[in-house]
Design a protein around this ligand. Structure first.
Ligand code: PEP
Ligand code: MG
Length: 324
């Protein structure tokens, strides 16, 4: 499939109306990094750091992690890698951590909640990231933040890690950006100060959609029940785009839907300008973006919305059919 899109690999993800999107790839293992070159991605928009923890039998040590993160940055050759701090709990259980029996793991003690309640592992991870970056830009985001205070507390840990390195006399990152994943609807309604405090936001569409529709992403009975192109969900995403625009908060979308060409086209039409997806999706998504006019597509979406239909998919497919 990669070969099929080779001709556009070095071309921009630019629509017919002249709007450029930034397409990034999702990764989690060292083995993913070679795809950065082959796919034409601008960088790694989501590096799922928990994968490194999940493939081990023991908790990794800081020195090991730091070496690994430095290798990841080396392999990216100056392209941005956005490291998401450990996202464990719910469906991701570490073999060497105590299993906690929770009635609703997806709504439970996971990700940044664990990190803030038991900060040891997060501190080690942040130190490892800071040390790996030395002299290079560092980009970090926290998963599953549900309110501003959680971001502030996690960001304070990042500042402590930087201060520690400074006191030790180690070289610091040349630049640092710290963001949050927007995975719970609550963050869409967080105070303005939250939008100013974060350096960027990244919509974790897999989780955001599961919480928006209250439909478990792991449950076959309901996981396909609600369309991402449902008017309610698209309107919700659009409202997040508008809030971010109002505060100049850089926004991207990094759930699986970003890698689905029809969904990606709709996200572009409602104003998203940065998408992160599995490497094999970059070609197909870029290909469709290069054939569409965002104004026309927005009219199609708005038409469905005004007509009161449930999903924009049929009308959007009809519009796209003429373009492929
Ligand atoms: C998401 O929730 O959309 C996301 C990117 O994170 P994960 O799939 O790892 O939960
Ligand atoms: Mg998630």
């Amino acid at each position: 499939a990669q070969e099929r899109y080779a001709s556009i690999r070095d071309k921009p993800a630019e629509t017919l109306c002249g709007t450029r999107l930034a397409l990034h790839m999702n990764a989690g293992l060292m083995a993913d990094l070679p795809s950065l070159e082959g796919s034409g991605a601008e960088g790694v928009g989501l590096f799922r750091t928990e994968l490194q923890f999940l493939v081990r039998a023991h908790m990794p040590r800081r020195a090991e992690l730091s070496e690994l993160y430095a290798h990841v940055m080396d392999a990216a050759r100056g392209k941005r890698v956005c490291f998401r701090t450990l996202d464990i709990g719910s469906d991701k259980v570490l073999p060497y951590m105590k299993v906690i029996d929770e009635p609703n793991p997806a709504l439970g003690w996971r990700a940044v909640r664990v990190a803030l309640d038991k900060p040891g592992v997060m501190r080690m991870q942040l130190q490892a990231l800071v040390r790996a970056a030395k002299g290079r830009p560092l980009s970090v985001m926290f998963p599953f933040v549900a309110q501003r205070e959680e971001f502030s507390a996690a960001n304070a840990e990042m500042n402590k890690a930087l201060e520690r390195e400074r006191i030790l006399g180690h070289p610091l990152p040349s630049d640092i950006e710290v963001g949050a994943m927007l995975e719970t609807p609550s963050l869409a309604f967080a105070p303005d100060s939250f939008y100013r405090e974060v350096d960027f936001l990244s919509i974790g569409g897999n989780d955001l959609k599961q919480f928006f529709f209250a439909a478990d992403r792991e449950n076959e009975l309901v996981r396909r029940r609600y369309d991402t192109l449902n008017v309610s969900f698209l309107t919700f995403i659009e409202s997040i785009v508008k809030r971010c625009e109002a505060h100049d908060t850089p926004l991207s979308f990094c759930g699986e839907d970003a890698g689905r060409p029809v969904e990606a086209a709709c996200f572009a039409a409602i104003g998203l300008r940065s998408l992160s997806m599995r490497p094999a999706s970059i070609g197909p998504v870029k290909s469709i973006l290069r054939r569409i006019d965002l104004g026309e597509l927005y009219e199609v979406i708005d038409g469905v919305r005004n007509a009161g239909d449930q999903s924009v998919r049929p009308a959007v497919m009809e519009y796209l059919k003429g373009k492929l």
